[in-house]
Design a protein around this ligand. Structure first.
Ligand SMILES: *[C@@H]1O[C@H](CO)[C@@H](O)[C@H](O)[C@H]1NC(C)=O
Length: 511
């Protein structure tokens, strides 16, 4: 008995000695963003780490080792804007405009966070943390929180590495093959696509340098007057955790401390509710699962469009499970609607044949993990890009929302349900996603502790971080060599000309 007690206490001591204190700031007022930071931190809390999570969303029930600091008022503020926003009625806004809109939104969220009394109370409390992790979006200035607490800090990105993040760690961001923000991959396949990508790249970089970062710097200075310049803060980021994996993202060159943990939020499937389990087990022709996520509410889908969708679904012999928040009259017998489904667990059922999705990143990863082909109906944000990636890899088909009709949906369903290639491709990528040296959460935990143990990662810092952008792309060297070449040619030309001229005049003299 005594041995057991000693061993247990030694074990507990080992865990506690190994446990770290993480301050995680995840202010984006979007449930899918929240879910990424929240799931990761909850898993780390389960492993004994002490988490303080700063978020606009209050916790439903207390979690062990997990303290929430609520950024009150942010959700209300966002709802004011969202009340006037119907994602389905957006005219196809230009990317050039969207970049500006996004920056206004994110700098407002950043300011509300850095101004928040609950955050300042936390900072005043004198509580010590081992590391600060902030959400990676267009508000890198949030890293000032780590700088103020004088501890190493890092970022958690809801998307993969890109030209939007690579500069933070000095990794290459080359627009000839790396897609800029909101450009559908692949971009390297034609000259016009590369041209468009290049223009968008330069535009977004200029906007970032001329407006976004100076604006963020001003906000940081307003609330933390003694903070260094924003560039000194953001270019000292020790770690970026990315919610991506090469099974669903184009491979992007990055650094050792850019760590991809995509798929981490998909855990082994839990038991389904009994009624749902029965429906799935008994669907002898298989199941089509249909959900447009949490932002695109069913009530926003116009009645005519609903009828078109229903007509297409009624032609199927498969059972359809549709996440729809309202009652629908005249439902075909093979269609079942519910306001919520345990999506990730449901997708793991072998009878699910296809997932009709809005293409949000979490849904995209879940269907891939579970090996289910998709029909994407992207609406806004990164959805079209995710679905373009899925189509590229042969995981399914895409019908942009404006093109959704009885005919297009019927055709897509027929194709994806009968052509086994889609499932084979998804199975292939699913195997790649799961083929990891360690579980993605172990990987995240290792890297967080690594940064803490070594008090940052200066030994991993790329030399490119010490160069300006034109030195980085060797523009100064190319210009120098061009100038030297031009001068040499000119000198050569003058010499030849004067030599020829002399011979000519000699000849004339002889004559
Ligand atoms: C960068 O961060 C490390 C800790 O992660 C810190 O020791 C160092 O002073 C910081 N450097 C600058 C220039 O702020």
């Amino acid at each position: 008995m005594r041995t057991i007690i000693i061993v247990t206490s030694l074990y507990l001591f080992a865990i506690c000695a190994d446990a770290v204190k993480i301050l995680c700031v995840f202010p984006m007022v979007s449930y899918s963003h929240h879910q990424i930071g929240h799931t990761l931190m909850k898993e780390l809390a389960k492993r004994g780490h002490e988490i303080t999570f700063v978020s606009p969303f209050p916790e439903k029930e207390p979690i062990k080792n997990f303290k929430t600091v609520v950024l009150t008022g942010l959700v209300e503020e966002a709802n004011k804007i969202l009340a006037t926003f119907n994602p389905l009625e957006q005219k196809s806004n230009s990317v050039f405009f969207n970049i500006i809109f996004l920056t206004f939104m994110t700098s407002s969220i950043m300011e509300q966070t850095l101004a928040h009394e609950n955050l300042h109370a936390l900072l005043r409390s004198g509580e010590k943390y081992d590391i600060v992790l902030t959400e990676r979006f267009a508000f890198d200035g949030l890293l000032v929180i780590g700088q103020q607490l004088n501890v190493p800090y890092g970022l958690i990105s809801c998307t993969g590495p890109s030209t939007w993040t690579n500069h933070l760690v000095g990794a290459p961001d080359i627009p000839s093959y790396l897609p800029s923000l909101a450009v559908d991959p692949p971009v390297h396949t034609s000259f016009t696509k590369r041209l468009y990508n290049f223009i968008l790249y330069v535009y977004s970089k200029l906007f970032e340098r001329i407006y976004s970062y100076p604006k963020q710097d001003a906000i940081v200075k307003k609330y933390f007057p003694d903070a260094p310049h924003i560039y000194d803060i953001i270019y000292n980021t020790s770690l970026i955790l990315f919610n991506s994996d090469n099974s669903f993202n184009q491979p992007i060159p990055t650094t050792a401390n850019s760590v991809e943990i995509g798929g981490f939020h998909v855990r082994p499937p839990k038991k389904l509710p009994e009624d749902l389990q029965k429906i799935l087990d008994n669907a002898k022709h298989g199941v089509v699962y249909f959900s447009l996520g949490s932002v695109v509410k069913s009530s926003l889908i116009p009645v005519e469009k609903r009828q078109e969708i229903l007509r297409a679904l009624s032609k199927l012999k498969e059972t359809v499970l549709w996440k729809f928040e309202e009652d629908l009259p005249n439902l075909p017998p093979n269609v079942i609607i519910k306001s919520w489904f345990p999506q990730s667990d449901l997708l793991a059922h072998p009878n699910v044949k296809v997932f009709i999705t809005h293409g949000g990143l979490l849904s995209t990863i879940e269907s891939l993990h579970r090996g289910v082909p998709v029909i994407g109906i992207p609406v806004f944000g990164d959805q079209k890009m995710n679905m373009a990636n899925a189509v590229n890899q042969g995981h399914g088909l895409m019908i942009p929302y404006p093109e959704l009709s009885e005919e297009t949906l019927s055709e897509a369903l027929k194709d994806v349900l009968t052509n086994p290639e889609y499932r084979n491709n998804v199975k292939y990528s699913s195997a790649v996603l799961k083929d990891q040296l360690v579980d993605p959460i172990d990987k995240a935990e290792y890297w967080i502790k690594y940064v803490i143990r070594h008090k940052g990662v200066k030994h991993l810092r790329l030399a490119s971080m010490d160069l300006t952008w034109y030195q980085h792309v060797s523009l100064d060297v190319i210009l120098f060599l061009t100038a030297v070449t031009v001068i040499l040619f000119y000198v050569f030309y003058r010499i030849i000309k004067s030599l020829l001229g002399r011979r000519k005049s000699k000849k004339q003299k002889v004559n």
